[in-house]
Design a protein around this ligand. Sequence first.
Ligand SMILES: Cc1cc2nc3c(=O)[nH]c(=O)nc-3n(C[C@H](O)[C@H](O)[C@H](O)COP(=O)(O)OP(=O)(O)OC[C@H]3O[C@@H](n4cnc5c(N)ncnc54)[C@H](O)[C@@H]3O)c2cc1C
Length: 300
Amino acid sequence: MQRTLIENKNLTDLTWFHSGGSAKVFFQPAHMADLGDYLRDLPERTPVEVLGSGSNTCFSRDRFDGVLVYLGARFGGFEALSERTVRVGAGALTGDVVRKAMKLGLDLTFLGAVPGTIGGAIASNASFSGRRLCERILRATVVLRDGRIQTLKRDVFERPDRRAAALRNAVIVQAVLDLPQQVPEKLNAAWADVKHQHEEMFPAAPLCTGHVFSQKNENADEAGRKSPKEQAAQILSRLGEIRLPGTGLCLDRSFPNIIFSNESSDGSRLAEFAQLIANRCRQEFAEDLECNLNIVGDLR
Ligand SMILES: Cc1cc2nc3c(=O)[nH]c(=O)nc-3n(C[C@H](O)[C@H](O)[C@H](O)COP(=O)(O)OP(=O)(O)OC[C@H]3O[C@@H](n4cnc5c(N)ncnc54)[C@H](O)[C@@H]3O)c2cc1C
């Protein structure tokens, strides 16, 4: 397999929000060593961004003047290592990984309705139903900006500050997950329950949407076992419906934790609207929400 290198790649179809933009260089490595070699040989000042499936990323309409690393299906492997552990590629889609784990009698069902890739889910510590992916990581392999390959152990993922520091400028390539075993009937019931709960919180229809919010203090939910996104949904439901005049953007009472738009969204308006919503939550309820959308480039 050869690496893929494309100059001035249009990014419209690579994110859910079709926010437009382009990348000076789009790079899909052939394999992990190829990724390491490429990053090592890049001038130090060249900015590098990673894209999973783009369900939480928005590019500015200008050109991103750096290298966009895209792993895709080439990095989508899945392998059972022992009774309870599996190795998954960072380019694998979360829904596929959940289904494959279920076939082995392993429970990752909470992640089943979260759109995106394993890499994106690890980077954002994807959570649902009070459970988070980083709690299940035994180790992960990353390629650093200087091309070195590193293994990050479980303890790195237990602390948000350590995790954030370790993943800064790193491309996650694969992870080993330790998953609880479960009988098929319970797995099927849990999976159906997660899908149902997720559909109540997020629209299943392929709308042009953006900005999922989280409650800011990541550690605060340990006691209540609600994920930061579920906590944010509860807070946002108290705001009711809000629209950003002159755009199709709105926060809907039925799905409070996601900004809606029926049209393709302009990244800077999305960012503006998300800020307005976060400010209102701070003023009206003294609650700090984080807008989770990864915004690449200058949106102003
Ligand atoms: C309708 C809808 C529902 C959602 N529901 C949930 C939910 O229930 N729970 C939840 O947690 N989130 C939810 N999200 C948010 C989003 O789906 C998650 O954050 C998801 O994990 C992002 O995965 P992705 O592959 O699309 O990442 P992208 O959007 O492509 O990237 C997100 C971030 O991860 C980084 N990244 C991606 N791949 C790698 C890699 N290999 N190495 C290093 N960094 C990487 C990117 O640089 C970026 O910073 C939802 C989003 C939508 C649109």
